[in-house]
Design a binder for this molecule. Structure first.
Ligand code: PMP
Ligand code: GLN
Length: 393
């Protein structure tokens, strides 16, 4: 300890405390509750992908530092994936960068592209690392609140436009959206794109749930909209798509100048990560379309099971069109404070959930919303649903 009165943690991080995910997972462990808080699957992804990682380890591929931009096999596979699914062409050598999960891609993008004093317009509620990384870059976040209407959370396009000022440097977008489960519509995305072009803004778009869209909906990458290819940093991750969240393999696709900038920051964060897993993910990205279709169908059935259980328990349930998550409103249960509700839930029902208010600057706007993860085995969800029924009284 230093004897000075100055706090040890620097000012930009002081407001953030411990991430809600660590806090709530610890609460689940301590109370023996079912953890529907932190979003991670409770079963591993495809056996052949796990075996690919074992093979890479045994063959000595990736056991030493991989190349800074990522192994060529993975960069090529990422480019092929973007081409096959979305018709987006990226050069694996100059337009793809492998990162330590999407988390590092977000951090490196924001640290690379922002100057102190810049403003970043982000959709609120936002994934918690966005706020921390904007703060570490010395920039200022300007939240635009997604509001529920007709069963889903919507982007108010006038509010979005009004949030942009002369100091705005970039728009930080996330679709499919954590925690609300909303998937931005073509109209919403087109408006984001038009605004970015009109005001000459950079866009960082977090699309880690690109394969988790339900009810036959289609994921629309922002980079496919007119004028966006050159100004957009698109972030993906293997964690969600292949159910290996511990491997931490993510990537960025963008124009060469943007990738070079992001790599400049990334090289001083981890330099490189996840060597053998990069080879395994390269194979995973080439899995046939049936893998993605089966994965989506399985997750959609889990979503439906949990959504109907939550409805029976008395929650208002918003449509989850994508992601691992369902957002609920607790007011029909006679509650209004999501924090207090989530703190009491292990005791009341043996379940852990996340209070959405942590993802808001306007805490009041998020107070009554609570997020539940459905990326769990069916029997676990069934047990959770049974337990939650006790809330209905
Ligand atoms: N972005 C969003 C929206 C997320 O939900 C998450 C976490 N699941 C991440 C980024 C981080 O992804 P990764 O585990 O690949 O770092
Ligand atoms: N993305 C996961 C979630 O939203 C958690 C990741 C983390 O723990 N940082 O639950």
């Amino acid at each position: 300890m230093t004897s000075s009165a100055r706090p040890l943690l620097n000012r930009s991080l002081a407001e953030f405390g411990t991430t809600i995910f660590a806090e709530m997972s610890a609460l689940a462990l301590r109370t023996g509750s079912i953890n529907l808080g932190q979003g991670f699957p409770d079963t591993d992804g495809p056996e052949e992908v796990r075996e690919a990682a074992v093979r890479a380890l045994r063959d000595g591929r990736g056991n030493q530092y991989p190349p800074g931009p990522g192994v060529p096999e993975l960069r090529t596979a990422v480019a092929a994936h973007q081409q096959r699914l979305y018709g987006l062409t990226y050069d694996p050598d100059t337009e793809v960068l492998v990162t330590a999960g999407a988390t590092e891609a977000i951090a490196a993008s924001l640290l690379a592209l922002l100057e102190p004093g810049d403003e970043v317009v982000a959709l609120e509620p936002y994934y918690d690392s966005y706020a921390a990384c904007i703060a570490m870059a010395g920039a200022r976040r300007v939240p635009v609140t997604l509001r529920p209407a007709e069963g889903r959370f919507r982007l108010d396009l006038d509010e979005l436009r009004a949030a942009v000022t002369d100091r705005t440097r970039l728009l930080l977008i996330n679709t499919p959206h954590n925690p609300t489960g909303t998937v931005l519509t073509r109209e919403e995305l087109a408006a984001v794109a038009e605004l970015a072009v009109e005001r000459d803004l950079l866009v960082v778009t977090d699309e880690v749930y690109e394969h988790l869209v339900f009810d036959g909906a289609e994921h629309l990458p922002l980079a496919t909209f007119p004028g966006m290819r050159e100004r957009t940093v698109t972030i993906g991750s293997a964690g969600k798509t292949y159910s290996f969240t511990g491997w931490k393999v993510g990537w960025v696709t963008a124009a060469p100048g943007l990738v070079t900038a992001v790599r400049s920051a990334k090289q001083f964060l981890t330099y490189v990560a996840s060597g053998p897993f990069q080879y395994a993910v390269a194979e995973a990205l080439a899995l046939p379309g049936s893998y993605f279709a089966d994965f989506r169908a399985d997750m959609q059935a889990k979503r439906d099971l949990l959504a109907s259980g939550l409805r029976d328990a008395g929650f208002e349930v918003f449509t989850s069109a994508g992601t691992y998550f369902i957002t609920t409103d607790i007011r029909p249960l006679g509650e209004s404070d999501g924090f207090a509700f989530c703190r009491a839930l292990p005791e009341r029902a043996g379940v852990v959930a996340i209070p959405n208010a942590v993802f808001y600057d306007h805490r009041d706007a998020g107070a009554p919303f609570v997020r539940f993860a459905f990326c769990k085995r069916t029997e676990v969800l069934e047990e959770a649903v049974q337990r939650l029924k006790t809330l209905a009284g």
